[in-house]
Write a new protein. Structure first.
Length: 116
């Protein structure tokens, strides 16, 4: 018979019961500091290219090939294409935003800034 021990009175608790004040949370970045659209687009592009199927779909839909993508990394329209790709498929947009610790709205705003 297996018995699970959930409490050990002889040991202190693993995490002390400290109440955390709500005004002391740690933000990912200060709210006054907007994300740089190019940096955000490069991070999003990296997220897109992490998955082979998603990367193939991106290249197929944009008409880019790996060489043109590599040479166009400084081009705002190439960077915006990665964000446009995400914006056109909401499940990927949400997953990318979670992975990059931003909101989907920030990704769309970065796309709009790069396309302006």
């Amino acid at each position: 018979m297996i018995r699970f021990v959930t409490e050990r009175p002889d040991l202190p608790p693993v995490l002390p019961d400290y109440p955390l004040p709500k005004d002391r949370t740690i933000p990912h970045r200060p709210a006054s500091e907007p994300a740089n659209p190019q940096v955000l687009a490069l991070a999003a592009l990296g997220w897109v290219l992490e998955c082979e199927d998603r990367a193939a779909r991106y290249l197929e839909l944009t008409g880019l090939d790996p060489d043109s993508l590599r040479t166009g990394l400084g081009d705002p329209m190439i960077l915006a294409s990665a964000l446009e790709f995400l914006a056109n498929h909401e499940p990927d947009l949400i997953r990318a935003a979670e992975a990059l610790a931003v909101t989907p709205e920030e990704l769309v705003a970065a796309k709009d800034a790069l396309q302006a």
